[in-house]
Design a binder for this molecule. Structure first.
Ligand code: HEC
Length: 162
């Protein structure tokens, strides 16, 4: 029995050591996935980072966390989430500037309005303004011909932060 355990342990160690040899795990080595000249490598990295869809993934998560932070009256967490949400959207728009016009209301009015409610620590104001934010998410989706992306109030928490 203990002999079997030793054999298995040695086999696992051998696999681990052989896995550490050569270029495995390095993106730029001879067997790496970043090939071609510098421009081609940047294009590959850009493809992996993604365009607006990946930004939206994060925006959606942060919007939901922001929503619950407001319900909890956790204003510092709400302030953190709205800041991150804004930055994520800014970076997404930097990658896809053609979307910027549709996001103008969201960036210049909606975010500051919710920010004001957070700063005032005013639950009633926050509830009103986060609902307006939700509508502005949907207006932008409509402007971008994506009416099927209907944002609604979250039903379940995504993270373990309370
Ligand atoms: C530019 C205006 C714009 C704003 C503002 C905006 N969205 Fe989006 N959203 C888009 C576009 C465009 C897509 C499709 C992106 C793609 O896949 O290329 C999208 C996609 C999404 C998706 C689907 C992502 C996926 O592919 O799985 C979700 C979820 C989403 N948005 C949530 C939100 C939420 C929540 C808000 C507000 C807090 C918001 N969006 C604000 C334009 C916007």
């Amino acid at each position: 029995m203990s002999r079997n355990i030793i054999t298995i342990t040695l086999a696992a160690a051998a696999i681990f050591v052989s896995g550490c040899n050569g270029d495995h795990g390095s993106p730029v080595g001879s067997e790496g996935w970043l090939t071609g000249d510098v421009n081609e490598k940047f294009e590959t990295v850009a493809d992996h980072i993604g365009g607006f869809g990946k930004a939206m993934w994060e925006v959606d998560y942060r919007f939901q966390e922001l929503w619950w932070a407001g319900q909890d009256g956790n204003w510092e967490y709400a302030a953190h989430q709205i800041e991150e949400l804004e930055e994520t959207l800014e970076l997404g728009l930097e990658r896809r500037p053609a979307r910027a016009a549709s996001a103008q209301q969201f960036m210049t009015k909606t975010i500051p309005d919710v920010g004001e409610a957070i700063e005032a620590r005013d639950t009633e104001m926050f509830d009103r303004r986060i609902n307006l934010m939700l509508n502005t998410c949907n207006s932008c989706h409509a402007l971008e011909d994506m009416q099927f992306l209907t944002v609604k109030p979250p039903l379940q928490r995504k993270s373990s932060i309370r």
